[in-house]
Design a protein around this ligand. Structure first.
Ligand code: FA5
Length: 347
């Protein structure tokens, strides 16, 4: 077979292979095998030295023609295969822009945080400072400065977790009273503060008790502060929390750090006082403890009880949230069940 015929056969066979190539890798292999340095065309061109001077340019031109032809055929097929790959990807990865977007879950503040902030706002609006107390507290501030010496029987109502003999996690927010009173400079004005935070007791958990809960302490000390100021302040707060028609009622009570001491009830926001399941058919809901700051508590903080007087109160905001939202188990606030918490997302 002449060289020319060999080249003709090579052209036909390679063209068929190129057409049949199913993917880019196969096509590249065909290109390397046919048109590469070790391929048959290069070999033919190398063998040209044996040809006559007359034949040599003709065969050379033909070989180049075939090489150009096959190179172009490879390029065309390559474009075709690349397009197929692209079409397949486009078909598979098609995005339907009319589908509804995927919702990103947005969190919210915990319902108890919302209640705390709401109460803070009410008191900040009346000129109170918001003070952060210590969760780990000394026996001295938690009990002794609150008029509960070591052997006082009322300590039993607030047993807690002790870190050492003298250090504990606080049982109420009242120690903040002592910490603030001993630092206050009355030449700069009266003392008006609230202090929200976590407190801890060795209470057995049930529907209305948790071993960890919140309190908001309130304290006002100035000259001539009276029970009327306490009542007026708490009434404003309750009306803002539970509605403008609310009334409050003070009942005598006992706390070692206030004298006199009161339990404060608010008229039922559900039935308005007629009696219902929220107020246990009494028309009133017990909401907080309060009283006039005991003279001994003032003196222990370096304040002269002959000159100054004050009132204090302690609210349990967890129970406020229960009442407001009809939650019948306090433990729900602490179990971190998103189905429960997401009901109170706020704005
Ligand atoms: C006190 O802790 C006083 N320090 C409050 C006080 C402050 C009185 C200033 C006078 C002046 P008491 O133990 O009653 O008081 O608790 C106050 C509130 O905390 C209760 O009314 C209740 O709402 C809440 N509370 C008490 N124990 C628990 C508990 N285990 N779980 C949830 N809330 C509780």
């Amino acid at each position: 077979m002449s060289l020319k015929d060999k080249l003709e056969v090579l052209k036909n066979e390679t063209s068929k292979k190129i057409q049949a190539a199913a993917d880019l890798a196969t096509l590249n292999q065909i290109r390397v095998e046919t048109l590469g340095k070790k391929g048959p065309i290069t070999e033919v061109l190398r063998g040209m030295k044996d040809l006559s001077a007359e034949e040599r340019p003709k065969v050379g031109a033909f070989a180049n023609e075939i090489r150009d032809y096959l190179t172009a055929a490879v390029e065309t097929k390559k474009t075709e295969l690349e397009q197929a790959v692209m079409d397949k990807a486009l078909a598979e990865e098609a995005i339907d822009v009319t589908l509804p977007g995927r919702q990103v879950p947005v969190g919210g503040r915990h319902v108890l945080t919302q209640i705390l902030e709401e109460i803070e706002d009410i008191f900040v609006g009346m000129g109170y400072q918001v003070i952060e107390g210590n969760e780990v507290e000394s026996d001295h501030y938690n009990f002794e400065r609150m008029n509960l010496p070591k052997d006082h029987p009322a300590r039993d109502m607030q047993d807690t977790f002790y870190i050492s003999e003298e250090t504990l996690i606080r049982t109420h927010t009242s120690p903040v009273q002592a910490r603030v009173m001993e630092k206050h400079d009355f030449s700069k004005g009266p003392l008006r503060m609230i202090s929200p935070g976590k407190v801890f007791r060795r209470d057995t958990d049930d529907a209305t008790h948790s071993h960890q809960f919140h309190q908001i302490e309130g304290l006002v000390v100035d000259k001539n502060v009276t029970m009327a100021d306490l009542k007026g302040t708490l009434e404003v707060m309750m009306q803002k929390m539970f509605g403008a028609d609310r009334k409050i009622r003070l009942r005598p009570s006992y706390f070692p750090f206030t004298e006199p001491s009161v339990e404060v009830d608010v008229s039922c926001f559900k039935c308005g006082g007629a009696g219902c399941n929220v107020c246990k058919y009494t028309g009133w809901i017990e909401i907080l403890g309060a009283g006039m700051v005991h003279p001994d508590v003032l003196s222990m903080s370096g304040i002269d009880p002959e000159e100054y007087s004050g009132f204090a109160f302690g609210i349990g905001p967890d129970r406020v949230a229960m009442l407001r939202y009809g939650v019948n188990d306090i433990r729900s606030f602490y179990q971190n069940d998103v189905r429960f918490l997401s009901q109170f997302k706020g704005e």
